[in-house]
Design a protein around this ligand. Structure first.
Ligand code: HC0
Ligand code: SF4
Length: 574
């Protein structure tokens, strides 16, 4: 162990510990900006580029960045000396000297870590006046808005994209003041291998990276008397939306969310979970068919659009292995514009389907041409959890005091299996609940598969079905997915089925969720809340959902049949 003194307090830490981590252990706060430690998903951004965390170390002439300086035996550190505080203020003023000061109308207003730091340090004027950068804004995609004038070169996006997601979209280009973090050759995002996972947006401390907002289009649709605007909510929204209204992380706000959506003027409020149950029927059927008829294994889940884009770009030779199922929210859109439209006697052209998603890739997914049905987009508009919170605030709705309301019928009925889609491991757990019963004709008593739960990047389970060991793999985070795909390419994969979600943690930590800036305890609480929702459901297996059974009886016919394929399945392109 190493013994050092920080602000007069003696601290013992293991060798290799930084001053920043040692100070944390002694409950001493050193402000940081570029530094980000997402320990559970093995991402640490320690570029030491911002120098906000500088501290005084006795015997050293220069101040040291606490995030990148290891503690050593007998070290005496001062984090709160006048010299350290003054240097920190200067650093922040220099950062602000070429930063736009349009905070009042900034996308990140009140959520910006630079703004918060300036407030914490009591900065009231900026002594330096710098040249301002004027980069063109990148609005090329449906998902990600890049405004490099607000980039502070923390490089978190680069670490996230290159090391965790292994997509290698960003690197630092140019020199000196002109240096920016950008795709190669300054390409617009739409022309890169970006998967639109939004994880770079989730870690950006300022508004250099944010989402393309579709809020005004939703308001327009809601006020159009010729439109019939319905909404569906993804599993992960209900356990995160409350955070935007000051509620504890992991608060389950399903009923309040439904009530708020009704007040916003949506004609019907439905649940993506209903379609997740449909997905399980189709996916379990496809799995059993491949298993029994010598089809290509492992089968890969296909509900995460960012993951689908990743395999299309990076593993085009493996496009025959993902399930052909559309994602649940796209299935929902198809069902709404066919079955529901018929049932309610509404012209599908008048129906506007809005999805509330924790995800930025869903914004891109809905414009994929192969996901149109009879010339109509399945889903018209996607807004994120953050955008929904903005709308609720804009409408003046007192979210916390709302009384719970129920989803509408028939596309609002769901099971516990579908709600856990929102967390890593949940889709495959839901599929196993159904596949086991279909293959054995026995009741699965214990529906909880603990080994596929939790935040480990790669997880596995083996379940014996009719004497055969079925091996399951789970990966979240695209870097982990890459490992499983490379094993498949080498012919070394032992799995029969694999679930992949692009975002570390799954949708609960999607790029459209409330910002947590590295506090993975929040993600764990959202995860726990989904498992609580599952336990609270009367029905916990997708194939027992009565509204889904009725959909097949009245409209689709056989699971995996011709109509099911026409409506609920898709294909992939290189
Ligand atoms: Fe997900 Fe989904 S679970 S991708 O994570 O499968 O975004 O929450 O809505 O479609 O259901 C996201 C979350 C969804 C879909 C579902 C799947
Ligand atoms: Fe990389 Fe994902 Fe950001 Fe695209 S959205 S640049 S893939 S981290």
């Amino acid at each position: 162990m190493i013994n050092l003194t920080i602000n007069g307090i003696k601290v013992s830490v293991p060798e290799g510990t930084t001053i920043l981590e040692a100070a944390k252990k002694a409950n001493i706060h050193i402000p940081t900006l570029c530094y980000l430690d997402l320990h559970d998903i093995k991402m640490v951004n320690r570029t030491a580029s911002c120098r906000v965390c500088v501290v005084e170390v006795e015997g050293r002439r220069n101040l040291a960045p606490a995030c990148a300086t290891e503690a050593s035996e007998g070290m005496v550190v001062k984090t709160d000396s006048i010299r350290a505080i003054k240097a920190r203020r200067t650093v922040v003023e220099l950062l602000l000297s070429d930063h736009p000061t349009d905070c009042l109308v900034c996308e990140k207003n009140t959520q910006c870590q630079l703004q918060q730091l300036a407030a914490d340090l009591g900065i009231r004027n900026i002594r330096y006046k710098g040249k301002m950068s004027t980069y063109p804004k990148d609005l090329s995609s449906e998902s990600i808005y890049r405004n490099l004038d607000k980039c502070i070169m923390c490089r978190r996006c680069e670490t996230m994209c290159n090391e965790v997601q292994t997509c290698n979209v960003y690197s630092a280009v140019d020199r000196g003041f002109e240096t920016v973090v950008s795709p190669a050759f300054g390409l617009p995002m739409i022309d890169t291998q970006c998967t639109f996972c939004g994880q770079c947006v989730a870690v950006c401390p300022t508004a250099a990276l944010t989402q393309i907002s579709h809020v005004s289009k939703v308001w327009e649709a809601l006020s159009d008397p010729d439109k019939y605007v319905i909404v569906q909510t993804a599993p992960a929204i209900r356990v995160a939306l409350g955070e935007k209204f000051g509620m504890e992380a992991g608060s389950i706000v399903t009923g309040k969310m439904v009530a708020a959506l009704k007040r916003l003027g949506f004609k019907k409020v439905f649940d993506t979970d209903f379609a997740a149950d449909v997905t399980i029927l189709e996916e379990a059927h496809e799995f059993i068919d491949r298993l029994q008829n010598g089809g290509r294994l492992p089968i890969l889940t296909s509900c995460c659009p960012s993951w689908v884009k990743f395999i299309e770009h990076q593993f085009p030779d493996l496009l025959d292995i993902p399930s052909t199922c559309k994602s649940p929210h796209i299935m929902f859109g198809t069902i709404a514009k066919t079955y529901l439209a018929d049932k309610m006697g509404i012209n599908p052209e008048k129906i506007v389907v809005v999805s509330i998603m924790p995800c930025l890739a869903k914004k891109y997914e809905v414009i994929r041409p192969e996901l149109k049905h009879e010339g109509l987009k399945n889903v018209d508009l996607v807004i994120t959890t953050r955008e929904l919170a903005d709308m609720i605030k804009e409408a003046g709705i007192d979210f916390k005091s709302l009384c719970d309301e129920d989803f509408d019928d028939p596309l609002g009925e769901s099971t516990g299996a579908s709600v856990i889609f929102g967390t890593t491991g949940g889709v495959i757990e839901a599929a196993l609940r159904t596949a086991y019963e279909w293959l054995t004709n026995k009741t699965l008593e214990d529906v909880e598969f603990q080994s596929v739960r939790g935040l480990d990047g790669l997880k596995e389970a083996t379940i014996n079905i009719n004497g055969q060991d079925i091996r399951i793999g789970v990966a979240h985070g695209l870097g982990n997915a890459r490992k499983l795909l490379e094993a498949i390419q080498r012919g070394e994969s032992q799995y029969h089925a694999i679930e992949i979600m692009a975002c570390p943690g799954g949708c609960i930590d999607g790029g459209g969720q409330p910002y947590h800036f590295g506090n993975l305890d929040i993600v764990k609480k959202r995860m726990e809340a989904l498992y609580t929702e599952d336990r609270n459901k009367k029905i916990r297996k997708s194939h027992e959902n009565p509204a889904v059974k009725k959909l097949y009886e009245e409209y689709i016919g056989e699971v995996g049949g011709e109509k099911a394929h026409e409506l609920l399945h898709t294909h992939y392109t290189k």
